[in-house]
Design a protein around this ligand. Structure first.
Ligand code: CP
Ligand code: NVA
Length: 306
């Protein structure tokens, strides 16, 4: 059966750990000078209907570094822009490439492509989820913290968006405590939260107070206040999210070794101050690098095992 990566919810703890542990090993092997060529002869198609720097380039670089090829298709340059049905696109692309990496708006678009594709479909961000990003973020946390994941308390401060929804699923599947501080009206998806809370072994809590959220946390995550597709809400959100800025005052309420994550792109002095983003507690640049290593592990698994 074709194995897709649509949402972290479809995987158990061991399967999710496999991506992370494999990425850590691949990263180490690159430093040791080992060349990876296991995707020689393989090609992916990358259908991106939203902008991307990191995800696009790290998937392409991962593919080339393992001997494969990538074809980038911006949404507006395909017949999808002229309403070719998704089910036709999925079946046609499956005749040309060995996998599809898709960044788009509705989760239903990725679900439909996966339903009709006979090659793996990998979710490179939707309005609802960003699964590949959270895997590389957890990889980064493990590198920095040197403690088992289930002993860590992870905080999220800001919008209950695609990243927050995916963190919630990761917490339930990988068994760590998660505390989210979101403004009123900007909570994560209620159904995703309820399902995760029911399945989780550790608390997943949504609260208002960012200071309380970071108090005993080992890691704090942040992201833009207005995600791609929400540009017309930018002004309103700038006001509503002001108390949720990750700045030195907020960090002073946390542990001295509180690690700051930002998936980037960052809007300096909105969701995070320049001082914190450039400061010693922030690991955003390692996160960005680790996307490439996680993408290698994902491509290897889905392209070779499907
Ligand atoms: N973090 C992330 O997904 O970045 P891009 O939007 O640049 O791909
Ligand atoms: N929540 C952000 C993540 C960007 C990587 C967005 O969807 O724009």
């Amino acid at each position: 059966m074709t194995s897709h990566l649509i949402s972290l919810w479809d995987f158990n703890k061991e399967e999710l750990r496999h991506y992370i542990d494999r990425a850590l090993l691949l990263k180490k092997e690159v430093v040791e000078g080992i060349r990876h060529q296991q995707l020689t002869g393989k090609t992916i198609g990358m259908i991106f209907e939203k902008p991307s720097t990191r995800t696009r380039v790290s998937f392409e670089a991962a593919m080339y570094a393992m001997g494969g090829q990538a074809i980038y298709l911006s949404g507006k340059d395909t017949q999808l822009a002229r309403n070719e049905p998704l089910k036709d696109m999925a079946r046609v692309m499956s005749r040309y490439v060995d996998g599809l990496v898709v960044r788009t708006f509705g989760q239903a678009i990725v679900d439909e492509l996966a339903a009709y594709a006979s090659v793996p479909v990998i979710n490179a961000l939707t309005d609802l989820f960003h699964p590949c990003q959270i895997l590389s973020d957890i990889m980064t946390i493990l590198e920095v913290k040197d403690r088992p994941l289930d002993e860590l308390k992870i905080a999220w401060v800001g919008d209950g968006n695609n990243m927050a929804n995916t963190w919630i699923q990761a917490a339930a599947r990988l068994d760590f405590e998660l505390i989210l501080a979101c403004p009123d009206g900007y909570e994560p998806d209620a159904a995703i939260l309820a399902a995760a809370q029911q399945a989780a072994g550790k608390p997943i809590t949504v609260m208002r107070d960012p200071r309380k959220a970071v108090q005993d946390a080992d890691v704090v995550n942040c992201d833009v206040w207005a995600s791609m597709g929400q540009e017309d809400e930018q002004e309103k959100r700038l006001n509503n999210f002001q108390p949720y800025q990750v700045n030195s005052t907020l960090l002073s309420h946390g542990k001295p070794d509180l690690t700051v994550l930002h998936c980037l792109p960052a809007h300096r002095d909105e969701e995070i101050t320049d001082e914190v983003l450039e400061g010693p507690q922030c690991v955003a640049w390692d996160q960005a690098e680790n996307k490439m290593h996680i993408h290698k592990a994902i491509l290897e698994k889905h392209l070779l095992e499907s």
